[in-house]
Design a protein around this ligand. Sequence first.
Ligand code: ADP
Ligand code: MG
Length: 340
Amino acid sequence: MEKVSDQKTAGAEKKKPPVIEIKNVKKVYRMGSERINAVDDVSFDIEKGEFCCLLGTSGSGKSTLLNLMAGIEKASGGAILIKGKNIRKMSEKQLAKFRQRYLGFVFQSYNLLNSMTALENVEFPLVFKRIPSRKRRKMAKDMLIKVGLGTRINHRPKQMSGGQQQRVGIARAFVAKPEIVFADEPTGNLDTRTTMEVMKLIKQIARDNNQTIVMVTHDPRLADFADKIIHILDGKIQSVELIEHPIDEFESEKESQESAATKEKQENLTMPDTKNSVQENTENSGIPILENKTAVENETKEEENDKQKTPEGNRPETAKNNEPNKKAGRRKGKKEESSL
Ligand code: ADP
Ligand code: MG
C-alpha cells in the first residue's frame, strides 16, 4: 500500500521506521564572537512506544536537543524526522499543527495557567483541537481522575502541592493522547517520593497507550525508568544504553497508579482549606505552543538551582560510540529508595 521512501538498507527485514529519527543534528549558539556547539552532530533513533531518556550533566545540551526535537527551537543543521516527516522543512503553521496533533509536553516548572482550574488547564489543549466543550470537559475530568486528582478538578495551581500540579501537567500533556510526549526534568522541583510517583504515572500512562516518551534528566536514578538511555556530554552522544525491564515490573506500576486515588482520599483529610491565594502570573504559565521562550527560560533558571541542590550524577559509561549497549534486567526497586 505505501511506498518505502528510505531504502538505505536494501534487503533488511521490514520493520516499522522509528517514530523519531535524529540525523547529524547540530545547534550552534552565537554569543558575540563565541560559538557554542550546544548540540554537536548527534544521530539516534527512538522507536514507537519507547521510553527514552536524555541523560547528562547540566549544560550538556539535553534541553536544547529536546527543544529541537519538539520543534521549539530551530536546528542549525541535520534532519529531525518525526513520524517520517522532517520537521525542519515545515512552515511555522505546519509545525504548530503537527505539534498539536502528535506531541505533548511536561515541564519542570509545570507551566500551568494560574487563573484556570485544574480542569480548565487540562482542557486547554483540547480547545485547539476543536473538541466540543462537553466532550472536552469529560476527557479532562477522566484524565484528572486517572492521575488521582478527581477531587481537585476545581482547584487552581496555587491551591495544590507541587506533586499535584505536576500531575495536572501530566494530565494536560496526555489528555489528547499525543503519540509522543516530551518531558524536560519533569520531577526537578519535586521531593523523592513524589518524584517516584510522578515517574511511575508517566510511564504507566505511556505504556497503556503505547506512547513514546522522551525525557531529559541529569539524574541517573530516573534514567532507570527508561528503555533507552542516550548519554550526552558537551553536546555529543557518549553512548546509547538499552535496558530490558522484567515484565512483572509493570504490574507493580499499575498498582501504584491505582494507589494515586487512595492517596488522594488521604490528602483530602489532611489538606487545609484552600484560601483564595490565586495570583495571575501570565509570564510563568501557559502551554508550550504559546509560551516556548518562557518555558525554556524558566527551565534554565531552575536548572541553575538544581545544580546547587542536587549532585549531578554520572552513570558509568557503557560504550564509547553510538552503538546501543543492551543491559538486561536492571531492577529499579532498591534505587528508588535512595535519596535524590
Ligand atoms: P542542559 O539542558 O543539558 O543543562 P542546555 O541544552 O540548556 O543544557 O545548554 C547547552 C549549552 O548551550 C550550555 O552551554 C548553555 O549555556 C548553552 N545555551 C543554551 N541555551 C542557550 C541560548 N539561548 N543562548 C546561548 N547559549 C545557550
Ligand atoms: Mg536543561
